[in-house]
Design a protein around this ligand. Structure first.
Ligand SMILES: O=c1ccn([C@@H]2O[C@H](COP(=O)(O)OP(=O)(O)O[C@H]3O[C@H](CO)[C@@H](O)[C@H](O)[C@H]3O)[C@@H](O)[C@H]2O)c(=O)[nH]1
Length: 451
């Protein structure tokens, strides 16, 4: 007899990177016949519909994001606001607790997957529902960042018992992580880091999108430290969208030689300061390669156009596009003309790159990206990190060009080593049967939680 089909509610943090990652795992679970109730802010659904491969089993359930004073009206996801306002949005998510309570009562799921709503496990428990903290960050990032004494100084070194690796934070990065941790949660004296620790303490299990072969030692560290069942979902290969690439981008990309274009995107949240935004673009210009940069306007600008370096558009002409809106990243990455992906090292973007053939140039901004960059560029050596100033954390156009040249030159020693490693890990995550075996085990462990 087959296993019981489960009912699973998903309630990820209101951010595209989180919503997309949760939808990918939802697709894998729906493939097993489980029913998914995917709770999300209404406007984000239009971006996600194209990734829902099982509309018969995955039902989107829109939830109103309550208004919190200080949050611009209509705010639904982190993409709508600047970083200092995220705590207001977290507060708004907290205020959905009564609605979530009603939904859970009505839907009666067996399990609920969550991340930033640290109150959800206790609520679920009263309703007899098991909760899984499904982390959208890598196990290495969780292991390094979530510690008992999270201070800027402590972050310079790994926590006690951390596996030997290339993972370390520079002083400027440690300060950034410390500032995020210490961000006061709106309306309470709780810090962000406390919210995450509570989620870990309260949940019934922790889930990750990762593979033992890639991050085994970090997983062992987490199991030992957090003393919770850890469920590994495997590579959770990104779901290919059901739509095609917009004609605008197909036409533009089609003009160029295979593997010659740089594609740059920094995820759904990152915004550069104006001078770094311009430095980046001048770096692309100096690389001499065609480029498509899909970036948010820099801090203080309304549009990307108003922030372009002087004379930039006329100098780069048709060879370069700077676009301030949302693009279909997955479809762009698999276009044959794209040869290089300049990424902020979001965990989702890394896997989207690995299932395609582009080379990786690594430019992390905040949080887990600062760990991913060392994992990907250091431990696994599948991409090249752009150097930054030790103290100020700023990159230069020359540093960017250097990294691009290193990965794009397959003949050089570093270029060929990176390419070989990259190909090895791509082959690994795409290996026939690998994903299925991880999803089977994940599914088995989910059932185990209900016994
Ligand atoms: O114009 C765009 C920009 C992004 N994306 C998609 O948006 C997702 C972005 O996800 P990710 O690369 O993970 O980055 P973030 O949006 O920055 O996500 C957050 O969540 C990640 C985990 O998924 C963390 O690693 C990051 O630090 C955190 O900022 C990916 O699916 C992209 O394909 C698009 O389709 N079009």
């Amino acid at each position: 007899m087959g296993k019981k089909k489960l009912k699973i509610a998903m309630y990820p943090w209101f951010a595209m990177g989180h919503l997309t990652t949760y939808l990918h795992i939802s697709n894998k679970l729906a493939q097993k016949g489980h029913q998914i109730f995917f709770i999300l802010p209404p406007k984000s659904q239009s971006k996600l519909n194209q990734f829902n491969l099982h509309p018969d089993l995955i039902k989107f359930i829109p939830i109103t994001v309550p208004h919190v004073p200080g949050l611009p009206p209509g705010t639904e996801t982190t993409g709508d606001v600047i970083f200092p306002m995220y705590s207001l949005l977290r507060r708004a998510m907290d205020l959905t607790e009564p609605d979530i309570n009603n939904l859970l009562l009505q839907l009666k799921p067996d399990l609920v997957f969550f991340d930033f709503s640290q109150w959800l496990p206790a609520l679920a428990r009263t309703l007899g529902i098991k909760s899984v903290l499904y982390c959208i960050i890598s196990p290495a990032a969780m292991a390094y960042l979530f510690r008992d004494e999270p201070t800027a100084d402590a972050y310079l070194l790994p926590p006690p018992g951390f596996p030997p690796s290339a993972i370390r934070l520079y002083a400027h990065e440690a300060r950034v992580v410390d500032a995020i941790n210490k961000q006061e949660e709106f309306g309470s004296s709780m810090k962000f880091v406390r919210r995450v620790i509570m989620s870990v303490e309260e949940c019934d299990a922790i889930g990750f999108k990762s593979c033992r072969e890639m991050e085994g030692p970090y997983l062992d560290f987490i199991v030992k430290k957090f003393k919770k069942p850890v469920l590994l979902a495997g590579p959770v290969l990104p779901t290919p969208p059901t739509s095609g690439l917009d004609e605008r981008w197909t036409k533009w990309l089609d003009q160029f030689e295979p593997k010659s274009v740089i594609f740059c995107a920094f995820g759904s949240e990152a915004r550069l300061k104006r001078d770094q935004f311009q430095e980046l673009l001048v770096g692309f210009e100096l690389s001499g390669l065609p480029f498509l940069a899909a970036l948010k306007p820099p801090v203080g600008a309304e549009t990307v156009e108003e922030a372009l370096p002087e004379g930039f558009a006329s100098r780069t002409g048709k060879r370069g596009v700077v676009y301030g809106g949302w693009v279909q990243q997955q479809l762009i990455l698999c276009h044959p003309a794209v040869g290089c992906f300049v990424t902020h090292c979001g965990w989702g973007s890394i896997f989207e790159a690995l299932v395609n053939e582009c080379q990786l140039v690594l430019m992390p901004h905040i949080g887990d990206q600062l760990i991913n960059v060392r994992l990907v560029g250091g431990d696994l050596r599948i991409g090249v990190e752009v150097e930054k100033g030790d103290e100020d954390g700023l990159f230069s156009r020359e540093g960017l060009v250097k990294a691009i040249e290193l990965v794009m030159d397959g003949e050089s020693e570093i270029g060929s080593e990176i390419r070989a490693n990259r190909a090895k890990w791509s082959d690994f995550i795409l290996r026939k049967g690998l994903e299925d075996s991880y999803v089977d085990e994940f599914d088995h462990k989910l059932h185990g939680l209900l016994e």
